[in-house]
Design a protein around this ligand. Structure first.
Ligand code: NAI
Ligand code: MG
Length: 353
């Protein structure tokens, strides 16, 4: 098999983890008889600062031809965050209807959780985040700027189609996993959209009588990600809540730098996109110490999506074995002193030599 992959390293540590890991992706695939051809796009904040746009007008047309997209991260100290997000990542996720965002949080053997008493495998959950609507809908506006009656309106949008799709994907995942699903909303305060969401969960649950459904409000749910993360299996949540919960999921599993993410267009009409959960990390960019694991696991999930299960497993298990080895290099966020390139180089030896 052969695949054409679009690579958008983006900004900051997005560039660092992408450049460090892409050669390994290609070599590992080749060792399994799979050909990967990558095309790099220098889209991101530097382009915005020079040319006034993060990506060209026909960016989506260009990306459409690829089998999948890898994204590092976007975000730059000199560009407002809403500009970077709304001009690259959101146009791609929305333009390609990548409405399913699946984000696993797994505590690997050999990695210390900041939470006391959890060992390898004790935290093993997956968040299904609605990825194209909800609180990230581009619906709202600002008026009367500079006057006393200045006003900002930001609306959330929940469609039956979008909500049913993410809820159904979560139920399907729960069927494959341990049979438990937690629905996290805030329907006491958001009595239209989130009550609607809860009703859809209720309706679809009737098709899955064997799945145990737990319901939590997001404030208590966030607390329980810290208090009892071992009791979660599949979690379904809106765009904003899924975003927040998966940063918590990342840190309780050792580091945000190890959390992978997927943006799936289930119909296959458009390419899906794979990226680490983390951003461009202004505080460590340029130091060469970003943890590459989030990107590597995202690549594993890309292989899974491409139905290259063997490659997906080899990469995931390889990362797991490296983390379990206390002599292996690790980056400072998980207690080591190694660089991004040290970690990838060591993994390359383990997987290819
Ligand atoms: P962030 O995820 O970039 O960083 C949060 C914290 O986690 C920082 O202390 C950082 O050093 C640490 N961290 C993140 N990834 C790491 C890694 N691989 N290795 C070691 N430590 C890591 O979030 P922050 O600081 O809120 O955002 C920075 C910029 O990134 C902003 O412009 C934001 O809008 C953007 N961003 C972009 C995303 C994307 O492109 N998908 C996602 C999240 C944020
Ligand atoms: Mg996020």
């Amino acid at each position: 098999m052969s695949y054409d992959i679009a690579v958008i390293p983006g900004d900051g540590i997005g560039i660092e983890v992408t450049e460090a890991t892409e050669p390994l992706l290609i070599e590992l695939a080749a060792a399994h008889g799979v050909e990967i051809e990558t095309t790099w796009f220098d889209w991101g904040s530097e382009r915005y600062l020079e040319e006034g746009a993060l990506m060209p007008d026909d960016g989506l047309e260009t990306l459409k031809e690829f089998d999948a997209i890898l994204l590092g991260a976007v975000g730059h100290p000199d560009v407002p965050d809403h500009v970077t997000l709304r001009n690259l990542r959101l146009p791609i996720t929305k333009g390609f209807n990548q409405h399913i965002c699946k984000r696993p949080s797994y505590l690997f053997d050999g990695v210390e959780s900041p939470l006391r008493g959890y060992g390898g495998g004790d935290i093993d959950l997956v968040v299904y985040r609605q990825n194209t609507e909800g609180e990230y809908a581009d619906v709202g506006g600002r008026e009367h700027q500079g006057f006393g009656n200045e006003v900002a309106v930001q609306s959330a949008v929940y469609t039956r189609e979008g909500t049913e799709a993410i809820v159904r994907a979560a139920f399907e995942a729960a069927t494959e996993r341990s049979g438990k699903l937690t629905n996290i909303t805030k329907s006491n305060a958001q009595a239209y959209g989130m009550v609607f969401w809860d009703e859809i969960v209720e309706e679809i649950s009737e098709e899955y009588p064997d799945i145990t459904v737990e319901r939590l409000l997001v404030d208590a749910g966030s607390m329980d990600f810290v208090r009892r993360p071992n009791e979660f299996d599949v979690v379904v949540a809106s765009n904003l809540f899924g975003d927040i919960l998966t940063d918590i999921g990342g840190i309780i599993s050792g580091s945000l730098g190890m959390a992978p993410s997927t943006n799936i267009n289930p119909s296959g009409e458009y390419p899906s996109m794979f990226e680490p959960v983390h951003g461009s990390a202004f505080d460590i960019m340029g130091e060469g110490i970003a943890n590459p694991v989030g990107m590597l696991l995202s690549m594993s999930l890309m292989f899974e999506h491409l139905e290259e299960d063997d490659l997906a497993e080899t990469l995931w298990d390889g990362v797991g074995a490296q983390l379990a080895d206390s002599d292996a290099p690790r980056t400072p966020d998980i207690g080591g002193t190694a660089t991004t390139l040290d970690v990838v180089g060591d993994l390359e030896e383990r997987l290819l030599e």
